[in-house]
Design a protein around this ligand. Sequence first.
Ligand code: AHN
Ligand code: ZN
Length: 336
Amino acid sequence: MHTRKIIPLLIICLMVACANKGATDKNTTEKTNTTTIETGKVPTFDADSAYAYVASQVAFGPRVPNSEGHKACGDWLIDELKRFGAHLFIQDMVLTAYDGTKLDARNIIGSYNPDNKKRILLFAHWDTRPYADEEADASKHYTPIDGADDGASGVGALLEIARQINQQDPGIGIDIIFFDAEDYGEPSFSKTNKQDTWCLGSQFWAKKPHVPNYRAEFGILLDMVGARNATFFKEGYSMYKAAPTVEKIWEAARNLGYGKYFINTNGSAITDDHIYVQKGRGIPCVDIIYTNDGQEGSPSHGFGPHWHTLNDNMSNIDPATLKAAGQTVLEVIYNR
Ligand code: AHN
Ligand code: ZN
């Protein structure tokens, strides 16, 4: 793992070990509860529908803040959430990137049952990286990427979840946030060494949520959940702050037969939107993200092989992976 990208919190291991004990007890109770709930309650996630939502985003071109594709895709996401019956909140922001560039950005928020005090937060970033800075060929570093996996996949899965929620009320408040400007972080070829250059949209929201004193029981971040044969390890910061929810999600995935994606092994901690949501709002958050933690022959940055390269395009997207992530999230929402 690249040390600058991954937070090397050794302490986490200790704390996670403690947190795990509590998680086991809690899961046992929760499991007992679910046996009384009749089956057929959880909607079926349509992978082809999610795949189409990923393709639609990619068809706008790169969704880099200040670009035409970004503006058009943002408008489309708002229309889709409206079509799926969500109550919309839009946060317009001018953010400052690591290099001083002013970014016209929008956080797009769709809420269900907005008056329900019990809430679950689901989120993904919808912008795409302006740089292919993980390409071996430096002449490609300034080319924006398609971001089929890195960006579009999480949003595509959440749009399908929104469509399902609109058809069947989960009886709890759900907020779906599409964060902007996650992926404008300082590139590997730049050396300003500024802090907190990633996740600008979620940093803004964490300071100024769409609802004052916003609360949720827990949050789930979907980041790079569309690649063929993706692997989701139990991300380090999620285990540090939200171990019981991590265990609940990974157990649900295993029970649904998605154990080959949801690996029952702890992974590294990653700087991602969930960190800012957790730190700013005190909401325990889980990052479902494709990494190659410790796997032989995987890239040293620790993410999927197409990460921040021009290869992050539709050719790597597999509806089966979207299904594993999306159905698991639906299971966790509906089978509480
Ligand atoms: C960093 O590269 C610091 N974090 C990975 C978060 C990310 C980037 N997710 C998608 N793109
Ligand atoms: Zn990225």
